[in-house]
Design a protein around this ligand. Sequence first.
Ligand code: HEM
Length: 142
Amino acid sequence: MRLLPIAVLCLGLGACAAPEKPPADDDLYQALGGQAGIARIVEGLLINISENPRIVHHFQDTDIDRLHDMLIEQFCFEAGGPCEYTGDSMAESHTGMDLTESDFNALVEDLIAAMQEQGVPVAAQNRLLARLAPMRSDIIYR
Ligand code: HEM
């Protein structure tokens, strides 16, 4: 039992939030503009959310300073940058919100717009989105 592979455990439990490995290099981190670029993307994302009537209500009791810092850590880590993500898991932080696919898509659209505003190449935008996409099932319908 002690040696049961993680994959089998995940199947058995029906849900597994094991984090993906970060990329082997920091190409994506560089393409996003490094730490300063990621900070500008996150700030743009938070502004876009604040102006988005589809989802802004979900953030009315949120500590935005913490969310800002956690998103920067998360995007930096996921892009292969020199960061650890110290925040809560996606399941922990979104459980009880009962978020829908439409909420998820709205936030992704706000992120794409923020990356577009920063001149991030579309290929790099897609690489970051591909890193975040597997988190979807930990975020919606919880
Ligand atoms: C790819 C999609 C998403 C990512 C990567 C993401 C990422 C995060 C991160 C890193 C945190 C901080 C966790 C912590 O405080 O330790 C967080 C919290 C939060 N997220 Fe998301 N999120 C996503 C989707 C969404 C969506 C679709 C909504 C609502 C429309 C949402 C609403 C929130 C709220 C309200 C909090 C703060 C929770 C609290 O106050 O404790 N998130 N998210």
